[in-house]
Design a protein around this ligand. Structure first.
Ligand code: CDP
Length: 236
């Protein structure tokens, strides 16, 4: 029996992961962060290059897609149950902190444009839902490609400035004007790459509910989604 799916898509730093986790907790679902698998394959590629003395290079450019996919599989990249969600493991160790490093962040969009990588990740996400788990999944193509029949689809956005500010605060830093400009530029570059790639570009599903959180508090945006989900999942 397949589990229920709430798909939350949107651009970088729109708050998808933290919102998805809180919605999952409120509903007793599990949170699946698809971005952590894209970041995980990027880390696999960087480690593969380091093993071959090519530290810091670009795995999407320097490794064939099939080598990347096989290395992800052989080195045990996986999501393991952890509280209300799943944590990413690689070579038997939790790697969530390493997945947020600036090197991984700057390389991940090129990795996510590789069809073989996307197919491998999608098959893993679908297998978890086929196992009967109710999930909140966040990403870029969850409502359009991975789970087009999701029970509820949300497209989360916020202004570029609000997103850049949130990312800086997330790191525990105070928001200075020049940092805000630099962060907004980095997010814009990743959004452009993610929206213009040939496979599964970032775009809202036709039946997605749009939620602009620029001026919304966190609790309010979580409540907005939970209130839309409750009637869907309480039907007999
Ligand atoms: O948290 P943040 O918004 O920075 O990004 P993320 O959700 O961790 O995703 C990192 C990268 O993975 C994105 O910039 C996309 O290139 C890619 N991604 C994707 O292509 N498709 C998904 N379903 C999820 C992430």
């Amino acid at each position: 029996m397949s589990g229920g799916v709430i798909a939350i898509d949107g651009p970088s730093a729109s708050g998808k992961s933290s919102t998805a986790r809180a919605v999952a907790e409120a509903l007793g679902f599990a949170h699946l962060d698809s971005g952590s698998l894209y970041r995980g394959v990027t880390l696999v590629g960087l480690r593969e290059l380091a093993r071959h003395g090519m530290r810091g290079d670009d795995p999407a450019r320097d490794l064939p897609p099939e080598t990347l996919r096989r290395a992800a599989e052989d080195r045990g990249l996986m999501l393991q149950p952890d509280g209300a969600g799943f944590a990413a493991y690689l070579e038997g160790e939790p790697v969530d902190d390493e997945l947020r490093s600036p090197t991984v962040t700057s390389r991940v969009s090129a990795i996510s444009a590789i069809p073989v990588v996307r197919e491998w990740i999608n098959s893993r996400l679908r297998a978890m839902v086929r196992a009967g788990q109710n999930v909140v999944v966040d990403g870029r193509d969850i409502g359009t490609v991975v789970f087009p029949d999701a029970d509820l689809k949300i497209f989360l956005t916020a202004s570029a400035e609000a997103r850049a500010g949130r990312r800086i605060s997330q790191r525990g830093h105070t928001i200075e004007a020049e940092d805000l400009d630099a962060e907004a530029a980095a997010l814009a570059a990743r959004d452009h790459a993610d929206s213009t790639r040939a496979v599964a570009p970032l775009r809202p599903a036709e039946d997605a509910v749009h939620l602009d959180t620029t001026t919304m508090g966190f609790a309010e945006q979580v409540r907005f989604i939970v209130e839309r989900a409750q009637p869907i999942f309480s039907r007999p």
